[in-house]
Design a protein around this ligand. Structure first.
Ligand code: FES
Length: 239
């Protein structure tokens, strides 16, 4: 059998010549070349939805910023991953995420292991640039092993995607709109009453913050196992 040669594209990231497979995204090629682009909703092994906009980058010749996680590479393009404009956008995006909920790190199970917290530290964001509009959500602690705290949820939908794409249960979804949006189980049932949840816990492990966590842990104790997805994909491929 004649193998089709893998087509590659050559372009620049921050002035450096890079190559990537023709259907790759900017983020994938950047990762392959150890060029750091901040992300929150992206997780290797899950589909990309471009929800958080933390990965915005500039392409020379365009006055728009584009998400690196969903934008395919193009031959000859020149990508800039860091500039004062990009940094300001990322700070504003983070500010809006913080302003919508209560992310009080000191009492959070994910303190010290939180991707949102790490992003804020990396961007040196010490306070929100926009006023807080947090409305306060009820916590769902009805499940025997897990808790969902919408007050710490950034609506990245990793949990929704892992439940649908990897576990095949699709027990989770986003319910409601705007500031009222939150993750729901089935038709917004208490978690313990969800008919489709398999209690696999994958949603908990991929959550970037302390919104989903295991019961019985106190502040700083929840360390997520995000490589659960790539490990599972690898195991399935080897069968
Ligand atoms: S990581 Fe690209 S939009 Fe969230």
């Amino acid at each position: 059998m004649i193998k089709t040669p893998v087509r590659v594209k050559t372009f620049k990231i921050n002035g450096m010549d890079v190559t990537g497979k023709s259907n790759s995204t900017i983020l994938e090629v950047a990762n392959e070349h150890q060029i750091k682009i901040p992300t929150l909703c992206y997780l290797e092994g899950l589909s990309c939805v471009g929800a958080c906009r933390m990965c915005l980058v500039q392409v020379k010749g365009s006055d728009k910023l584009i998400p690196a996680c969903t934008s395919k590479i193009k031959e000859g393009m020149e990508v800039i991953t860091d500039s004062p404009i990009i940094e300001n956008h990322r700070k504003m995006i983070l500010s809006m995420i913080f302003a919508e909920r209560t992310h009080t790190c000191s009492v959070c199970v994910s303190n010290g292991h939180c991707e949102l917290q790490n992003s804020a530290i990396e961007l040196k964001l010490e306070h929100s640039l926009v006023p807080y509009i947090h409305k306060g959500f009820e916590i769902d602690a009805s499940h025997k092993d897990y808790v969902y705290d919408p007050n710490r949820c950034i609506l990245c939908t990793r949990c929704v995607r892992v439940c649908d794409e990897i576990e095949g249960a699709h027990a989770l979804d986003i319910g409601f709109r705007g500031i009222h949006a939150k993750i729901i189980h089935d038709m917004d049932e208490p978690w313990s009453q969800s008919q489709s949840c398999t209690s696999c816990g994958k949603c908990v492990q991929v959550c970037p913050t302390g919104a989903l966590f295991e019961k019985g842990l106190s502040a700083t104790e929840m360390i997520k196992k995000k490589n659960i997805i790539t490990n599972l994909i690898q195991t399935r491929a080897n069968k």
